[in-house]
Design a protein around this ligand. Structure first.
Ligand SMILES: *[C@@H]1O[C@H](CO)[C@@H](O)[C@H](O)[C@H]1NC(C)=O
Ligand SMILES: *[C@@H]1O[C@H](CO)[C@@H](O)[C@H](O)[C@H]1NC(C)=O
Ligand SMILES: *[C@@H]1O[C@H](CO)[C@@H](O)[C@H](O)[C@H]1NC(C)=O
Length: 689
């Protein structure tokens, strides 16, 4: 059965061979017959492959792992399980495989590549497209129980996985951080040197993966198809695969798309267990469709120019038109009629794409729970902007979502980072803000590499006042009451003159409409979340005041509201400040980086005001108008004692759920389930959202 499945060339002689073989070895068990699985597909027409996702076999026999649909995966596996392990010795068998593949990307930073995979299953439930290559997700990656061995053909540099560059081959074991990797290249016997290969220009390339079970040696070799197999492999790794495999395993390919058009093809594939895979017959491989827009081969090019210059001109016109058509498609956006009314706020995706150089890693300013922020320069006006890219899958409330953005776009205050506009495209939303050259306050405040503060007390006090006035504007001075809901130092940005400006506007609020899987229901950031939110989830301005209190303490003390690594006493900033206050040493909580270089009265005011704003009972918290007056020293703080605060905090009857009393109450969870709370705690430990 095994040989019969071999390929389309099941001729009479082969049938005879099969008969003889069967008679000779007829008594072997089914399992041991499978040891010598051997197949060669010179093209996939009529071949039984197990396909899922975007993977399909084209009419002319190409295995097309993915087409140009964004953010999808494609898997193509040999349908039968293979025994990779000698059941008596437990060792992994030797195997050898080779395949010809072609990757075509419209632009360099298109998609993340593909992989040859050996895995215990043909299905990868929950696996993500894009960087995860359709093999893992955040939870499954890196687990020894994955038993996934992959040879990645990676066309994107992913810093998360320590990728060496944007064009490499890597050996991956249960992870996308390769055990070994190398820039895509081959050793040219002729030139006696390594020659780099482009993985993405649609040229067919051949890859060999060979494992010697006795020597525990895994070799991976790459070459263009017009070059004989190089004598020196690209990757050569001593590794005992028996440590990673289970029995049985499946072999095949996994591939994914990201945001730009990309095609991944396998033209032919040969595999043999316990022996050398048969050579592919290159002349029989199916033809690739004409996708090439990248390169014309130079010699051909010269001939064309000299012989038929005129037709070349015609061809280029044709190519250009095609390119323009493709480009149009590439930059396709989601635009509905009613949105046109909002005119100026709507950016063209193309402009944002050009502005951020295609959302290049180099332009990445930061990543947070809501998405990544890129620096960019708008092509027409040459203004510097920060582009926030968030995924949103909201079908419901779409209109409200956009209306909200538009309304936020109308906020104007000198201490608020202006939202210049937005763009919507498939499942992505882009928010365009003014660029703030000095980044966010937390970066400067919590920069542990410096022993002296970059911000003097005077500057800090000014920043505090500017954030207070921004909140006052939102709460009382604008046409509607706006609750920011995510006040914290990382959302305070510093402009050229180090003025503080409140940013990331209303995103928390927006996410009530659209839902972000990572932050559903977690509106705001732990350590800044007012306790009453646990119960009602209703946001009113006093929620911002609470967070502003936490922010005041952060700025004065130079540390985060919750420091999981600190001693128990100091872990929760508020508790610690109250404790020091009751001992009469409140000033000791001031940021050590300031030395003694601060105004004692102002410092004391900020610390106590921080505590007052963070009062657990909403009605005790001052309103922003009052806060401004305290800061301007127009009025003095109300009577407040450390003991009174402590009692209020300890009054657990206030808490919506008694269950919270055994958790630090300054760290309320948005839902009372254990699982969520642990994930939230993890997110604090890993440095916030
Ligand atoms: C890609 O393939 C999928 C599944 O075969 C199909 O539904 C989709 O329309 C194709 N997309 C393009 C752009 O060809
Ligand atoms: C990852 O996939 C597993 C298995 O399907 C699933 O249980 C888990 O929820 C997924 N995790 C994420 C973060 O998507
Ligand atoms: C091949 O690529 C590597 C990595 O990008 C680069 O360092 C090297 O100089 C390239 N070699 C040649 C011959 O172009």
């Amino acid at each position: 059965m095994i040989l019969g499945r071999n390929d389309q060339r099941c001729s009479d002689t082969m049938f005879l061979e099969f008969l003889v073989w069967f008679l000779l070895l007829g008594l072997r068990s089914v399992a041991s017959q499978q040891e010598d699985v051997d197949f060669t597909y010179n093209g996939f027409r009529g071949v039984n492959m197990s396909l899922d996702g975007l993977a399909q076999i084209t009419n002319n026999g190409l295995l097309m792992l993915v087409n140009t649909t964004n953010q999808q995966v494609g898997h193509a596996f040999y349908p039968h399980p293979l025994h990779f392990r000698n059941s008596s010795t437990g060792n992994a068998f030797s195997f050898s495989t080779t395949f010809v593949f072609a990757i075509w990307k419209l632009i360099r930073f298109g998609g993340p590549g593909m992989a040859f995979v050996i895995a215990p299953s043909r299905k990868f439930p929950g696996a993500l497209p894009g960087n995860y290559l359709g093999l893992f997700n955040m939870t499954t990656i890196g687990k020894p129980s994955d038993h996934v061995i992959a040879i990645e053909i990676d066309t994107l540099r992913n810093k998360e996985f320590n990728d060496i560059d944007g064009s490499h081959i890597g050996i991956d074991i249960n992870n996308l951080k390769s055990v070994q990797s190398a820039t895509a290249s081959y050793f040219s016997n002729e030139q006696n040197r390594r020659v780099n290969i482009s993985l993405i220009d649609g040229q067919p390339l051949q890859l060999w993966v060979e494992y010697n079970g006795d020597e525990k040696q895994l070799n991976v070799t790459l070459a263009p198809i017009n070059v004989p197999k190089p004598t020196i492999p690209l990757l050569s790794l001593k590794i005992d695969l028996s440590l990673f495999i289970v029995d049985p395993m499946f072999v095949g390919f996994s591939s994914t798309t990201y945001v730009m058009p990309v095609y991944h093809f396998v033209l032919g594939w040969s595999f043999k267990m316990n022996g050398e895979a048969r050579q592919l017959n290159l002349s029989q491989l199916p033809e690739l469709p004409h996708l090439k827009t990248h390169k014309t081969r130079p010699r051909l090019f010269i001939i064309l120019v000299s012989v038929i210059g005129a037709s070349l001109a015609l061809i280029s016109v044709f190519i250009i038109t095609q390119f323009i058509v493709k480009r149009k498609k590439k930059f396709a956006e989601v635009l509905e009629d009613w949105e046109l009314n909002y005119g100026p706020h709507r950016f063209k995706y193309k402009d944002l794409y050009i502005a951020t150089k295609g959302f290049k890693d180099k332009e990445l300013l930061g990543t947070g729970g809501f998405g990544s922020v890129y620096r960019g320069v708008l092509p027409t006006s040459k203004t510097e902007v920060a582009v926030k890219r968030v995924s949103h899958n909201s079908r419901q409330g779409e209109r409200e979502f956009i209306a909200e953005i538009i309304s936020i776009g109308r906020l104007r205050h000198r201490n608020i980072v202006p939202l210049l506009g937005y763009c919507r495209r498939k499942e992505e939303l882009f928010l365009v803000y003014d660029f703030m050259p000095n980044g966010s306050l937390d970066k400067i405040l919590f920069d542990h590499t410096k022993t002296e503060s970059m911000l003097s007390w005077c500057q800090r006090f000014r920043i505090i006042k500017s954030v207070a006035s921004a909140l006052l504007y939102l709460h009382e001075e604008w046409e509607r009451v706006v609750v920011h809901r995510d006040v914290k130092s990382s959302n305070v940005l510093l402009d050229k003159e180090l003025n503080g400006r409140l940013g990331d506007f209303g995103l928390a609020r927006l996410y009530d409409h659209g839902t972000n899987p990572q932050t559903t229901h977690v509106v705001g950031t732990i350590g800044y979340l007012a306790p009453e939110l646990c119960g009602t989830g209703q946001a009113n301005p006093s929620v911002d005041v609470f967070a502003f209190g936490a922010f005041l303490l952060e700025v004065a003390c130079g540390r985060r509201p919750i420091e999981p690594r600190a001693s128990e006493e100091c872990m929760v900033l508020v508790d610690w400040v109250i404790l020091c206050w009751s001992k009469g040493t409140i000033l000791e909580t001031g940021d050590p980086k300031l030395g003694f270089d601060y105004d004692v009265q102002e410092m004391e005011l900020v610390l106590k005001l921080g505590l007052l704003c963070s009062h657990p009972i909403p009605t005790v918290r001052p309103q922003m108008r009052q806060v401004m007056r305290y800061l301007e020293r127009e009025i003095s703080l109300p009577e407040l004692t450390p003991l009174g605060l402590r009692t209020a905090i300890d009054d657990t009857s206030f808490w919506p759920s008694k269950g919270f009393s055994d958790v630090s109450i300054w760290c309320p969870y948005p839902s009372s389930t254990k699982t969520r709370s642990s994930s939230v705690v993890e997110s604090i430990v890993s440095g916030g959202r």
